[in-house]
Design a protein around this ligand. Structure first.
Ligand SMILES: Nc1ncnc2c1ncn2[C@@H]1O[C@H](COP(=O)(O)OP(=O)(O)O)[C@@H](O)[C@H]1O
Ligand SMILES: CC(=O)N[C@@H](CCC(=O)OP(=O)(O)O)C(=O)O
Length: 315
């Protein structure tokens, strides 16, 4: 037997209660909504952190959010290429993928990365269903450019399987491999795949989990980290010549998603513990938000006004 006084002496976690309560306004905005989460290979390098990210996604599902996970695995593919002495070559952020290399890319993304994520997620209750973009023709593509080999340009997204899984309260975990219009399969950039999927399923938000704190105007100058930008500003940056490598497909995908009605896109640091929860359920916010706020007058204001801004945005 244990007396109540004893339990209290161990410390009542008042702050924990406050934190949970503070989540309410944010939770009201996202519960029942579909959120596409793109998990990049760069933020997946630490398996413990990756397992925590999967647990946070399950928590969001339990809280009524409908997460759809789209993942890459560029670093794991690089390692496999090096093991097989295949050259790693990118043109405009896209991996040059020969026919033989395609088999390896598919093996790594669907056989290794996807299944590790499924395993980590399903340690918390078997909600994760791992699929490739080829399953039920989720991602359909044609050859992008002959010099890239089997790199696909997405032509359409079939949303049915994703919608069915979400309706049945599963969490789709989608590897960025596409089925060809001409048969066969294609390697597609996972940022691009996530943007297309978010647009096609009418997601509320898209969140890119990467290994930096967000988008820097002049990378890596820490003072140039962008907290918020409008769709117009993002479009101008995509058209300009300041962006390099990994951020080109991410920002282009933010633009595509917002153009199709997704309310906000976020680029956040997935290596920060509980980054997703902090972004979605607290006043703190994280990284770079594209779109989102109704007006610049709400920038850098108190949490209460920020909440008001979010309500306006949701009208
Ligand atoms: N302007 C920029 N802002 C932030 N990161 C940038 C920028 N330009 C290039 N990067 C690089 O982009 C990387 C993230 O892209 P990438 O490696 O493709 O990640 P992921 O695996 O998450 O898709 C960062 O680690 C950083 O080195
Ligand atoms: C065409 C192309 O470049 N495909 C990517 C697919 C994986 C990916 O996008 O992974 P990240 O999200 O970790 O960058 C590749 O082969 O690396």
């Amino acid at each position: 037997m244990k007396y109540a006084n004893e339990a209290r002496a161990e410390g009542v976690p008042v702050r924990t209660g406050e934190i949970l309560y503070e989540a309410m306004p944010w939770l009201k905005q996202v519960t029942g909504k579909t959120i596409v989460i793109k998990y990049g290979g760069s933020a997946m390098e630490n398996p413990q952190l990756a397992a925590e990210v999967m647990a946070d996604i399950v928590l969001l599902k339990i809280l009524g959010v409908n997460p759809v996970l789209v993942h890459g695995g560029g670093k794991a593919i690089n390692r496999a290429f090096s093991n097989f002495n295949l050259p790693v070559e990118f043109i405009d952020g896209q991996r040059v993928t020969t026919d033989d290399a395609m088999d390896l890319v598919r093996m790594v993304l669907t056989g290794e990365v996807n299944q590790h994520l499924v395993e980590a997620m399903n340690a918390h209750g078997n909600m994760g269903v791992g699929v490739s973009g080829t399953d039920a023709g989720i991602i359909v593509a044609e050859q992008a450019r002959p010099e890239l080999g089997r790199v696909g340009k997405i032509t359409r997204i079939n949303t049915q399987l994703i919608e069915d899984l979400v309706a049945d309260d599963y969490i789709p975990i989608i590897a960025s491999i596409a089925i060809g219009e001409d048969g066969g399969c294609y390697n597609v950039n996972a940022d691009v795949a996530a943007g297309y999927i978010a647009a096609a399923i009418g997601a509320h938000k898209i969140i890119f989990l990467t290994d930096v704190d967000g988008l820097y105007e002049n990378y890596p100058d820490p003072d140039s980290l962008i907290a918020e930008m409008t769709l117009g500003e993002a479009e101008a940056m995509v058209r300009g010549d300041k962006l390099s490598s990994g951020m080109i497909p991410k920002l282009s995908s933010c633009v595509r998603a917002l153009d199709s009605g997704v309310s906000a896109a976020h680029i956040i640091n997935g290596t920060v513990p509980h980054a997703l929860l902090l972004e979605l359920l607290t006043d703190s916010g994280m990284g770079t938000m594209v779109g989102g706020l109704a007006s610049a007058q709400f920038l850098n204001v108190s949490p209460v006004s920020k909440f008001a801004a979010k309500l306006i945005e949701n009208r």
